[in-house]
Write a protein that binds this ligand. Structure first.
Ligand code: RB5
Length: 147
């Protein structure tokens, strides 16, 4: 089976959670493309949303994970890119629904708003859940028409 690749990035507000989740991803057999940031120094989250958006556009990665302090800024920034469907998630239900109904290709969480165990569960569900298609495909297609 071909190894799957996920592009991950965060600002300083999500850098610790990113490091923890990168280990989980490697254990689950994902190739991790870590696009920074690498430490606690203050950086601008739109720059890191852009890096993940570019990785998905080029085909370097098939999924993305973005983290900032709340997840809010970096999800807004990511969704400015027309091919990105970034879902800010706080629990397992949201992680499942963003795949089943929205075909989200980027998972977003807040390093200051979610615990590491819940974040790990959300990420696993996001990766393992398929898009349901059907009526949801029509709705997802409409979002692309307007981007
Ligand atoms: C950075 O301090 C913080 O504003 C950022 O991580 C994020 O929460 C923005 O939405």
């Amino acid at each position: 089976m071909t190894e799957r690749t996920i592009a991950i990035a965060s600002d300083h507000g999500g850098v610790e959670l990113k490091a923890q989740l990168a280990k989980d991803l490697a254990e689950w057999g994902w190739r991790v493309l870590d696009l920074g940031t690498d430490g606690p120094a203050s950086v601008d989250y739109p720059d890191f949303a852009l890096k993940v958006a570019e990785a998905l556009k080029s085909g370097a990665a098939e999924r993305g994970l973005l983290l900032c302090g709340t997840g809010i800024g970096i999800s807004i920034a990511a969704n400015r890119h027309g091919h990105i469907r970034a879902a800010l998630v706080h629990d397992a239900f949201g992680a499942r629904m963003c795949r089943q109904h929205n075909d989200a290709n980027v998972l977003v969480m807040g390093g200051r708003t979610i615990g590491p165990e819940v974040a790990r569960d959300c990420l696993k569900i996001f990766l393992d859940t398929a898009f349901e298609g059907g009526r949801h495909a029509r709705r997802v297609a409409k979002m692309s028409e307007n981007s």
